[in-house]
Design a protein around this ligand. Structure first.
Ligand code: PMP
Length: 392
């Protein structure tokens, strides 16, 4: 059909630069090893931190929920789509996060957009880390509040932003808890100190900290012992929790307000019973089996040290997200393609997802990997890294 020739031109140019990507198809369940193009490879690209996506307890909970409550809910939460299990799960999440209340959204993305687009007005300002996730950026695009971006994890710049914005009614500082491309952790204790000094609100997006940091995976706020001092914690149910969804853990007043004003909550159908039941089973599992998180960190240490010893630039990561930074976008895709041929799936990530010149292959180990899997992956990195002259 005629009409989108301009899109075609842009895609052609991406192809010429080696930046066009086909979606990789997983032909198995999501686990430490997956089947791609009919071949079993080591999975280093998922966010399945604890290996829960196919855990028997989650599957059983999902199956039971389908049997009892069916496949879908047939309505948005605010009309006829709130089942008892939704409210029960939110009460469980609030208890888990040590907050008064919690509210679940369809995804972490819509949770961020829902909060940021609804809580502030033109009298307010949102102060955001420059490396925050796209869903925070999009949420900010939808708010009527003023915006001030501060340099990544730069407390001097954040202080300056707070100095500059004293005329606003409310200031909301928003940061990722763990930054998704570099794996570094927000300087939350200092952010909270500054917020208290300047009477600002704090929001943390704990997508990559949920199930990873803090006691039983409660997130960065718990990790830094800041419970009760951060106003809004967004978590995801799509990564370590192994299912799908996002949630806001906060005071009751925020939950009540979001139910009435957050548009992704108001205008999109609620989670199917299987999703809620499986996510709820995952929270129980975090409480019952904290050794899963210990394993994740043990694997993280082993793999990071291995990559570093081989001479790769792994940036500033402090978490299971370990980037292998190569600079050039086409090179990152080449590295990824060659690794796949060697039996390791680690995606190349280039501009615009990361800044130009900072292209990388991003790796994420999970609790489900064995040391043998990780050693095999390191061997493949060594072979291909030398072949492409990324390491000596
Ligand atoms: N925030 C961050 C920091 C993320 O990395 C992601 C996932 N890429 C999200 C939010 C969105 O979470 P979800 O996949 O649940 O929509």
């Amino acid at each position: 059909m005629k009409g989108f020739e301009y899109l075609h031109e842009e895609l052609e140019s991406m192809k010429e630069q080696g930046l066009f990507r086909n979606l990789v198809e997983i032909e198995s369940d999501q686990c430490a090893k997956v089947v791609i193009n009919g071949k079993e490879v080591i999975q280093l690209s998922s966010n399945n931190y604890l290996g829960l996506t196919n855990h028997p307890r989650l599957k059983e909970a999902a199956l039971k929920a389908v049997e009892k409550y069916g496949a879908g809910t047939g309505s948005v939460r605010t009309i006829a789509g709130t089942f008892s299990m939704h409210n029960d799960f939110e009460a469980k999440l609030a208890k888990f996060k040590h907050t008064e209340a919690a509210l679940v959204f369809q995804s972490g993305f819509t949770a961020n957009v829902g909060v940021l687009s609804s809580l502030l007005t033109e009298q307010d300002v949102v102060i955001s880390d420059e490396l925050n996730h796209a869903s925070i950026i999009d949420g900010i695009r939808l708010t009527k509040a003023a915006r001030r971006i501060y340099k990544h994890n730069d407390m001097d710049d954040l202080k300056e932003a707070l100095e500059e914005t004293q005329k606003y009614r409310k200031r909301l500082i928003v940061t990722d808890g763990v930054f998704s491309m570099d794996g570094d952790i927000a300087r939350l204790p200092e952010i909270v100190e500054l917020a208290e000094q300047y009477d600002a609100l704090v929001m943390v997006d704990d997508a990559h900290a949920s199930g990873v940091l803090g006691d039983n995976g409660r997130g960065t706020v718990d990790h830094f012992k800041l419970n009760g001092r951060v106003h809004i914690q967004v978590g995801t149910l799509s990564k370590a929790i192994g299912v799908l969804g996002g949630y806001v853990a906060s005071d009751q007043v925020v939950r009540d307000y979001l139910i009435h004003r957050a548009r992704p909550f108001l205008f999109s159908t609620s989670h199917p019973p299987a999703v809620t039941a499986a996510a709820s089973a995952a929270i129980d599992l975090l409480l019952d089996e904290p050794q899963l998180i210990e394993r994740l960190w043990d694997n993280t240490k082993f793999f990071k040290e291995g990559l570093k010893n081989l001479g790769f630039d792994i940036g500033v990561s402090e978490t299971p997200i370990t980037p292998v930074i190569v600079g050039d976008g086409a090179l990152s895709h080449k590295l990824s393609d060659r690794l796949l041929e060697e039996g390791v799936f680690a995606q190349g990530i280039a501009y615009p997802t990361v800044p130009k010149g900072k292209a990388r292959v991003r790796t994420i180990v999970t609790a489900a990997h064995s040391k043998e899997d990780l050693q095999k992956a390191l061997d493949a990195f060594e072979k291909v890294g030398k072949e492409l002259k990324i390491i000596k």
